[in-house]
Design a protein around this ligand. Structure first.
Ligand code: GSH
Length: 199
């Protein structure tokens, strides 16, 4: 059985919980207290971070790497596209999501007021830029929910919590976010701490 070591407020762990619940197989989630991290975390992950996935003798870390493995082990519903060109494009977009959005989160959380404000503005501008896509299509890749929607969802869920407000022209993105938030697997994957992040 797969075991996920997960932070209850961690957006990266959130991604992996979403995929586990989408697949509907047996798994165990172990909540890790990041204030008092057990020593075993550093043993399993040299970067001393969650999420970590353990299955028999396989130990994985990095949310997107974990998610691709779960998707290949349990192919239904398939979250990575089957076509090699679309898979490659999806991996590139996953990289863009890390680089343009998630890499700024540490500054939002731990930066000085000035640094945090700059990081919020960068995330806001990058989200506003992709917003028009969702006036034309349901999900990031078109009509089908995919790994890209999973990857961005934890940030969309935390926008208010992180103090990121979007301009009017980003309305299609907020509608898209509500579409993701209404999925049963998304709801099931939320921890009590995450539920409290949005009113
Ligand atoms: N790139 C990693 C980021 C993981 C990450 O930043 N995890 C944070 C919690 S959200 C963590 O474990 N930080 C260690 C700590 O707080 O001590 C991923 O995608 O899994």
């Amino acid at each position: 059985m797969m075991i996920l070591y997960s932070g209850t407020a961690c957006p990266f762990s959130h991604r992996c919980r979403i995929v586990l619940f989408e697949k509907g197989m047996d798994f165990e989630i172990k909540d890790v207290d990041l204030q008092e991290k057990p020593e075993e975390i550093a043993v399993m992950n040299p970067y001393n971070q969650v999420p970590i996935l353990v299955e028999r003798d396989l130990t994985l870390y990095e949310s997107n790497i974990i998610n691709e493995y779960i998707d290949e082990r349990f192919p239904h519903p398939q979250l990575m596209p089957a076509d090699p060109v679309m898979r490659a494009r999806t991996r590139l977009f996953l990289f863009n999501i890390e680089r343009d959005l998630f890499s700024h989160l540490p500054d939002v959380v731990n930066g000085s007021a000035k640094v945090a404000e700059k990081a919020r503005a960068t995330i806001r501008d990058n989200l506003t830029q992709i917003a028009p896509i969702f006036a034309k299509q349901k999900y990031m890749l078109g009509e089908d929910y995919s790994m890209l929607d999973v990857a961005i969802a934890p940030l969309l869920w935390r926008l208010d919590y992180f103090g990121i407000s979007l301009p009017k022209q980003a309305a299609p993105l907020l509608k898209y976010a509500e579409r993701i938030f209404s999925r049963p697997a998304f709801i099931a994957a939320l921890t009590p701490v995450e539920k409290a992040m949005r009113k």
